[in-house]
Design a protein around this ligand. Sequence first.
Ligand code: MN
Length: 719
Amino acid sequence: MLTILSLAEKASAYLDDDQVREIKRAYYFAEQAHESQRRRSGEPYVIHPLAVADILTDMRMDYESLIAAMLHDVIEDTGVDKNALAQQFGTTVADLVDGVSKLTAMEFRSKAEAQAENFQKMAMAMANDIRVIIVKLADRLHNMRTIGALKPEKRRRIAKETLEIYAPIANRLGMNTVRMELEDLCFYGTYPMRANRIQAAVKNIRGKREGLVEETRHLIAEHLDIEGLNAQVYGREKHLFSIYQKMRNSQKSFANIMDVFGFRLVVDSVDTCYRVLGAMHALFKPVPGQFKDYIAIPKSNGYQSLHTILIGRHGVPIEVQIRTIEMDEMSSNGIAAHWVYKNNSDGSMSGSHQRARQWVQGLLEIQERTGNSLEFIENVKIDLFPDEVYVFTPKGKILELPQGATAIDFAYAVHTDLGNQCVGCYINRRLSSLSEPLQSGETVRIITSANAQPNPVWLDFVVTGKARSNIRHVLKSHRHNESVALGERLLNKALIGLGSKLEDISEQALNDFLATTGHHNFDYVLEDIGIGNRVAYLTARQLMPEEDTDINAKDKPSNTESNGKALTISGTEGMVMTYAKCCHPIPGDTITGHLSAGKGVVVHTGDCVNIAKIRDDRGELIELRWDETVKGEFLVPIRIAIKHQRGMIATLATKINSLDANIESINAKDVDAYSNQVDIEISVHDRVHLARIMRHIRNIKSVTRIQRVRSTSYKRNNS
Ligand code: MN
C-alpha cells in the first residue's frame, strides 16, 4: 500500500535527505489541512495528493514538484491561503500550488469564450513554470484512475475533457506514458463496453501468440549476441485506445491490427542504434519504405528513435524501435524526463526542455500580440492539433474538421440533410463562397433550400470523405433518374415521329434490342439517350418491327415539323437539361434545342445566332416548348445605362430585390464622365416577370436606357 514512508523511500533513490524531509513535512501539512475531508470512495482525502506525488516520483521529478503535488488541493479545498504556503514552503512551491489550483478551478463549458479563457489561464500558468502542467497532468491521471466512484454523466464529461485537452498536452510535452494511460482511462470512461471487448480480445490473442513472440525475441537476442551488440529486447503492445482508433479510422479489423509484432531494442549509444539496425536488417528482410530515422530528425515533441518494419518468421510483420536509454526515458516521460537536469551547473537546458519552453513561449507571444482570447484559443489549438481546423456552429458548438475543409464539409459534418440542401453560407455573418476554406475560430451558418440538391462542382473542393461520398451518391441517383426520364421522352418522341409509341413496342423487341447493347436493363439505354450518348431516332428505328419501317423515313428525322409533338420543358429536369449561356432563354421565349454528348439537351432561344449555326452545320435540332407549369429561376443578363449619381447601384439592387428577383452578378463601368453602363445578371421566373422588373427600373430617374442582352444584340454591341 502507498504510504508517505514508501514514497519517501522511493524518492531517496534520487533526492537529498533534506529534500525528502521537506516532502514528508508537506505530506503532514496536507494531511492536517484536509483532515475533515474524505474522497468520494470513502478514503481520507490526503490519499489523493499522496498518489499524485507518487506518480511524479515515478517520473523522477524534482522535490519542489513533489511538495506542490502534496499541497495541490490545499488552497482550493481548505482555509490555507497562498501566503501561508509561501511562509511554510517558499514562494516557488506556493506559486506552483497556486498555478495548479487555477487550472483545477476551471471547468470546460460548451461555450467558446469559456474555453478560450481556460486555455489562456492554462498556458499562462505553464509559461510561469511548466512544472504546473506536469503536476496538473499527474493530478488528472490519478483522478482518471479513480473515476469509477463518480456518476456516469460526470465520468463521461471529465473523460471527454481529458481526451480533448489534457491528453494532447501530454503528447505535446512528449509524456507518452501519461498520455497513453489517460487515453485508455478515457476510453473506459466513455465506452466501457467497447473497451472491455477489445481488452478481452487482446488477452485472448496474447495467449495464442506467446510462443511466436518468445521465439522471435529469442532469435533477435541471439543474433545481436553473435554480432557482439548489447541491447535490451522488449516485446511491445499497442494500448487499447490506439487499437480502437486504428479500427475506427482506418477501418481495419482487429485481427488485422494485431497481426503485427512490436519489439523495442534499448541500447547504450546512438552509434549502437545504427549498428543494431544493420544487424536487424541482416536477420530479417526489411519492408521497403518503412524505415524512419527520428534520431536524425526528432519529432516536434522531442521524440527520438529508429523505426523499421521487418518480415519475420512465418511472414509475420515485426515493428522494431531502436533507441538509447535516454531516448527511451524521453519517449515515456518527455519533458519530465529531463527535469532532473534543470539545474545543470552551466544553466543549459536539455533539448526537449528547450523545445517545450519554446512552445510555451510562442503561446505567450501570441497572447500578448493579440490580446484576444478567441484568437488565442485557436492558436493554442492549432499548435496542439496542427492538422485540424475548429469552427463553431451558430449555437457555439465546436466542430473539428480537417485542414482545408469548406462550408460544404461543415454542412455534411453536422447532418447529411444539411449538406444535401445547402445553397449558401455565412462565415462570421458574412455571406461567403461555399468553396472558401474555413479557418479556425470562424462561425459557420448554412443556408438551405428544401428543393436544393448537391452541385457536382462541390466535388472539386470538399475534403472530407463524408461530404464526398454523400455528394456522389445523390448525384449518381439524381442524374440517373433524370437521364432515364429525359431519354424516355426523347425516345417516345422519336417513335411517334415514326408512327408508333413506346408502349406499343413489344417486350420481345425491347429485349432483342437490349441484347445488342451490353446493358442488362432498358433504363440504361434510356439513360444513354438522355445524356446524349445514343441517338433517340436510331434507337427508335431499331425498335420498330421490320415490316412497319417506312423506307422513306429512313434518311432523316423531320426536325421542322410543327405538329405539337415538341418536347416540353418544365424547369425541373435538373442536370440533363442546360440553358445556353449565349442566349439565356427564359419561359415565354420561343426555344429550340440540340443534344450535346454527355450534357443532354441544351436549350437556346429560337432566334439565337448559335442555334442557327447548329441548324446549318448539323441539322439535328430538337423542337422544344415550355410546359404550362414551368417552374424555377432563370438567369438573364440585362444592360442598363445610368447617369452618375451617388448610391445608384444600391438603388438598383434594392429595386430588383424588392421585385422578387435575385442579382447573380453586377458589373459597372464608366462610359464617360456623366454615365455608367451596368451589366446585371438576374434570375427571373419568366418573361412577364422580367418585363415588370425592366419597367420598374426604367422608372428610376437616372436610368436612361435598359435592355435585355441577347446573343444577337450582344454580338452587335461588342463588335
Ligand atoms: Mn487534485
